[in-house]
Design a protein around this ligand. Structure first.
Ligand SMILES: [Mn+2]
Length: 270
């Protein structure tokens, strides 16, 4: 199927070196999918202490190194996050992948921009009141809630901290994309997958690979979608299994599959 082949795949916030990192599943996922470009959108590492990396974490890194070999015809890009900060030089040597502060590319006649998103965490909100985007978000969520009862429970679990950070990064990113004349902007950092559209600019958050919910962004000719990767926990015979969660571009928000999204967020610093 055409959908099995992606132009670009984006993952972020794997937090290697942390106990909650889902490195094994991330590796399984990358091996199950075909793509021309892989963007590691920041916070792939949790900190600079390499002694905390487990065997599984090293396996993930060595696969990235393998993938970046020109022989494979895959472009691998590392975009620095706040936890990755300072690893840039080391990584490009160790894993053979170029590291960027932000990465810009053209696809389907549109300008795409990938940036981790911590840059908007302390974003000075000057022309957009935070409560406004908070309300906007709730409107999106409520609209969706009409179709999915389970989502009501998810909504209940959202706390103000989550909402504030997720909204802040979305708002900052949308403004930044507008300035930079990008039609699509991609961030991580908040650990919460999200799609928002404002003034003709689309914002996508790739979520994270820690705790229960692991999400990625896939870009192909049909557009952009956020997916949840669902893996076999006991048996590896069908590692490619994956469930497409929601994401029609028009709907605008990802519904985690009944999982406590805020738990993932709270368990580790973004
Ligand atoms: Mn981060």
């Amino acid at each position: 199927m055409a959908a099995d082949f992606q132009d670009t795949v984006i993952i972020s916030d794997l937090h290697l070196g942390s106990e909650v990192s889902r490195a094994g599943e991330a590796l399984q996922f990358l091996q199950s999918i075909q793509f021309k470009r892989l963007i590691l959108l920041g916070d792939i590492f949790s900190d600079l202490n390499f002694r905390r990396l487990t065997k599984e974490h090293w396996k993930f890194l060595s696969y990235i190194r393998k993938l970046s070999n020109p022989r494979h015809g895959v472009e691998v890009v590392w975009v620095e996050g706040n936890h990755d900060h300072g690893l840039a030089q080391l990584m490009s040597h160790l894993v053979g992948v170029p590291v960027y502060q932000q990465y810009v590319w053209e696809h389907a006649g549109k300008r795409h921009l990938a940036i981790h998103g911590h840059q908007f965490d302390r974003f000075a909100i000057n022309n957009f009141v935070l409560s406004e985007i908070g309300q906007l978000l709730y409107l999106y969520l409520q609209k969706f809630d009409l179709k999915n009862k389970r989502f009501a429970r998810y909504l209940d679990r959202l706390n103000t901290r989550w909402l504030r950070l997720s909204a802040k990064v979305a708002d900052g990113a949308l403004s930044y994309a507008k300035q930079g004349k990008a039609e699509r902007i991609f961030c991580g950092h908040t650990h919460v997958p999200l799609h928002l559209e404002r003034d003709g600019v689309d914002y996508y958050n790739s979520g994270a690979w820690v705790d229960a919910q692991c999400t990625y962004i896939a870009i192909n000719q049909e557009g952009v979608a956020i997916h949840e990767y669902v893996f076999e926990s006991t048996d590896d015979r069908d590692p490619g299994q994956e469930r497409i969660e929601t994401i029609a571009e028009s709907v605008g928000v990802l519904v985690p599959a009944g999982l406590p999204a805020d738990a993932a967020y709270q368990s580790i610093r973004c």
